[in-house]
Design a protein around this ligand. Sequence first.
Ligand SMILES: [Fe+2]
Length: 204
Amino acid sequence: MTTKFDELLERFHAYLASVGDFLVQDAVARIGWDMPARELEPHSLGCLRHLDRAAELTPARTKQLVQFLAQERGESRWGQTYGESDFGKAFIDNYGWLEVFGTRGHFANDEVAAGVLILGPDIVYPDHHHVAEEIYIPLTGGTEWRMGEDSFHKREAGEVVYHASKVNHAMRTGKEPLLALYIWRGGPLAQKSTITGTVTQGRG
Ligand SMILES: [Fe+2]
């Protein structure tokens, strides 16, 4: 029986397979795509209100994938790794992720985790790091990203953003929400990040 999550995994795989980037292609090739499904209770979050805008903003090639995420938001298990005490209430009301596959996602995979992250407009995700290496592909543009000692750079939808193991990185959104696809590999897949930055008032 094919479920709606099989369709999600298929769309997710098809998009990743179409990205012309060595790192992404290497990751796609190493993933065993025949993964067992998990029965998960749906879980909703405040940040899901940004999915409709993300579906408007995302380019044509990712429109169906994002529309699917928006349509099925009520059936999906959205999660948060941080609490209000980490980055404050505004962050928590505007942040969340859906793990498509991994150690806790809709499909079981102990080697690699992947899913999507939402950040609402005008949100700073301060400097943090983790053992796993991380590949992001923003599905909406306009967010600024930084890693290591670099300054913030605005990235458009479809660009590939790489965060090396244990190196600080941060993002800050502008006037529009961020929806980004992520891949985590090479480390504990459900580890809470180590936070090294703080949330400052406004965007600076
Ligand atoms: Fe990260």
